[in-house]
Design a protein around this ligand. Structure first.
Ligand code: GLA
Ligand code: ZN
Length: 698
């Protein structure tokens, strides 16, 4: 791992787009802005290897030497994200076939078939050359493999590799038929050769729903693995030549195509690119960061890219208001980032990203608002030194997240097109976030010990062993919560028959008989149960007097999207539906299980309902918020060497007041704070308890 004496600060640098005279000026401006780490050679292949047998490293040597002379370290790209046109001209087989079945021609990036032997051979050769060339260069800090791996390929190479992948997993075609439920429409396979790639022209219907979801699920696993194999191939070369240098590739947050939990095992330090879009809530970005931190079980990550002001690829590329770049940088640091980096350092003159914001804009100098803000933050990070670096973010609340569940849920034809995995996870996350509670995003394979509350919204697919693990968690005193449309499918997306929620039925103490689907704009109500609900059975009625009611008599919340209609099998009823043919039947249940509780929220209830549930659950476990904050103010905690740092972020364009019950030092201003503190619009405070804090600032 790299030893950091301060947070690296910088971003993507593309000197190859500029004459060398400009480079000296870049260095001057970088120094002025406090920039000390840049990503270079991310797309360098075509420049380094202009012909099959010709390598030209001169320009990159000069760039790295210049960086070194200016005290700037390199996040050094292997350059394999875009292959050179001569390679495409000679070997059409390395070009992808897209989902529509079209063979791609040369152009764009990430346009290689991950299973192409030609691509793999040439990409390894380049990686080997780059690594040999720069293994001892003092500027080399970390390897940046390829760039934002993405996209699937459906070509013949991939079809062959898919069949091999299936043979290894299933052994026989019969077992594939079994796993993919191909007796449906008698779509049986007789020979491995019968299996083709699942493009739009084969077995799909619509643009994402699959008639054989088990097959598509496997294809998604396989394509994620195939790209991962390309990364692993480069990583192995880099590790052989430079065993001490960390290796990474940059992630993209909620990127559906790649199972980042699986990838994370092969990555030394998670790096990722954060581009919130207009309309994204601060909670959504916070969960992004928490997910990226969660990939390696809470290990800090590097924020490798963010826009200093605006992007160019969104529908509306709104510049960040004054203060927002700083605010979002601290939000990342609060949630585990050990660096702040931008795309891009100098704005391109041409090409598709010429209108993307940059630290040095087209004006060519530092006399701009954006540059001044970047330089000011650079100064602050200089002063903070290693204060937060390596700090952890302890949490007692876990939130389950799984790419495979996401894939399976959204491959389902039915029950409603509006049911989206990220939306459902984010709703539950936001309920915790709004109360300034720290949450860890966890993969089902991770250890749940140490958590008091575990939420698993939209747990549609239950991988093998998970139900038992959740039972153990709950029996030991944990509070478990899941939501509607959970427990339906196994790891091949086959329904677990005998009654929903299948493997979760015992834990939750319920049986879901059917589900109502609410059209857009249609609502039902979640209300406090009556002593003897009209439509519940004798058994249900026996359980309608919980010890601590979740809802007060007369309290009611709207619900939308979907309403599971269920029977209790031991669970207590904490809320019932207010309307329709299932009025009075359970909408929210709690099953006492061992020492703990397992909750089921059978519908998409108003956020105020979830907020109430969260208050009750954290009270039960004695979990306190990081800080009580007003609306729009986020508070998060990072702990380093036993010292807790509280980062307070005002996401509003107006000022907000927070109450500090204990004296704190704000490390950004050096001020001692106590009582009511007014945060300016987009204001940030980095607080530490007054007695421990002051000495931390350099
Ligand atoms: C990504 C890429 C960069 C650049 C930016 C633009 O994050 O990694 O190369 O294209 O997007 O926002
Ligand atoms: Zn392919």
């Amino acid at each position: 791992m790299i030893k950091l004496t301060k947070m690296p600060y910088g971003g993507d640098y593309n000197p190859e787009q500029w004459p060398e005279e400009v480079w000296e000026e870049d260095m001057r401006l970088f120094r002025q802005a406090g920039i000390d780490m840049v990503s270079v050679n991310v797309f360098g292949w075509g420049r380094i290897q202009p012909e099959e047998d010709v390598y030209d490293f001169g320009w990159l040597d000069r760039v790295l030497d210049l960086l070194q002379a200016n005290g700037i370290r390199a996040c050094l790209g292997t350059g394999t994200a875009v292959y050179p046109s001569w390679l495409g001209r000679r070997h059409a087989e390395l070009q992808r076939v897209d989902f529509q079945g079209r063979k791609r021609k040369y152009g764009g990036r990430a346009n290689f078939c991950p299973n192409s032997p030609v691509f793999r051979r040439y990409a390894s050769a380049l990686t080997e050359r780059v690594a040999e060339r720069y293994k001892d260069h003092p500027a080399l800090a970390i390897w940046h493999v390829s760039n934002e791996y993405n996209g699937y390929c459906y070509c013949d190479n991939c079809a062959d590799a898919f069949r091999r992948w299936l043979k290894e997993r299933y052994g026989s075609v019969e077992r594939v038929n079994e796993a993919w439920s191909t007796s449906f429409w008698n779509h049986l396979y007789y020979d491995w050769e019968d299996i083709v790639t699942p493009t739009e022209t084969t077995i799909f219907w619509g643009d994402s729903k699959a008639s054989y979801s088990g097959m598509v699920l496997d294809y998604m696993r396989f394509q994620s693995d195939s790209l991962l194999e390309c990364y692993r191939m480069e990583r192995a070369i880099l590790k052989r030549i430079t065993p001490g240098v960390p290796v990474t590739t940059n992630f993209m947050g909620y990127w559906k195509e790649l199972d980042y939990f699986k990838w994370a095992r092969e990555i030394d330090v998670i790096t990722w690119d954060s581009y919130p879009e207009p309309g994204h809530t601060p909670a959504r970005t916070a969960m992004w960061h928490d997910l990226m931190r969660g990939l390696k079980g809470g290990q800090p990550f590097l924020l490798l890219e963010q826009a200093p002001d605006h992007a160019q690829w969104m529908d509306y590329n709104v510049p960040k208001r004054p203060g927002v770049m700083r605010l979002w940088s601290y939000q990342a640091m609060a949630r585990g980032a050990d660096s702040v980096m931008f795309f891009q350092l100098r704005q391109s003159r041409g090409g598709g990203e010429k209108l993307h914001g940059a630290v040095i804009p087209h004006a060519g100098h530092g006399g701009t608002r954006v540059f001044r803000e970047v330089a000011a933050l650079g100064g602050e990070l200089e002063c903070l030194g290693d204060t937060l670096v390596g700090g952890v973010t302890p949490a007692r609340i876990g939130l389950l997240f799984d790419w495979e569940i996401w894939w399976a849920l959204e491959l389902c034809a039915g029950p409603t097109k509006d049911l989206k995995y990220i939306d459902q996870v984010l709703k539950v996350y936001t309920a915790f976030y709004d109360q300034s509670l720290q949450v860890d995003l966890l993969h089902p394979d991770m250890d749940f010990a140490g958590y008091d509350i575990l939420a698993a919204p939209a747990l549609y697919m239950v991988p093998d062993g998970l139900a038992e693990k959740l039972e153990r968690f709950t029996a030991a005193g944990g509070t478990f919560i899941t939501t509607f449309f959970s427990g339906l499918a196994d790891a091949h997306d086959r329904i677990v028959t005998g009654g929903y929620p299948g493997p979760l039925r015992k834990l939750l103490g319920i049986w879901v008989e059917e589900s109502d689907i609410l059209l857009p704009g249609v609502k039902n109500r979640v209300v406090a149960p009556q002593p003897a609900p009209a439509h519940t059975s004798q058994a249900d009625a026996a359980h309608t007097t919980p010890e601590a009611p979740l809802l007060q008599p007369g309290e009611a919340f709207d619900c939308t999207l979907m309403c599971d209609i269920l029977h209790t099998e031991g669970a207590e009823v904490h809320a019932v539906y207010g309307g329709d043919y299932y009025a009075g039947t359970p909408a929210v249940t709690c099953n006492r299980f061992g020492e703990g509780e397992a909750w089921y929220v059978a519908t998409d209830a108003d956020p105020r309902f979830m907020a109430g549930w969260v208050r009750r659950a954290v009270r039960k476990h004695g979990i306190a918020p990081v800080l009580e904050t007003p609306v729009d103010v986020e508070a998060a905690r990072r702990v380093k060497d036993g010292i807790a740092f509280i980062i307070v972020l005002n996401h509003a364009a107006e000022s907000r007041t927070v109450r500090l019950n204990e004296a704190c030092t704000d490390l950004l201003s050096g001020r001692l704070l106590c009582g009511d503190e007014e945060l300016e619009p987009y204001g940030v405070r980095l607080l530490v308890h007054a007695e421990t804090g002051a000495s931390r600032v350099r």
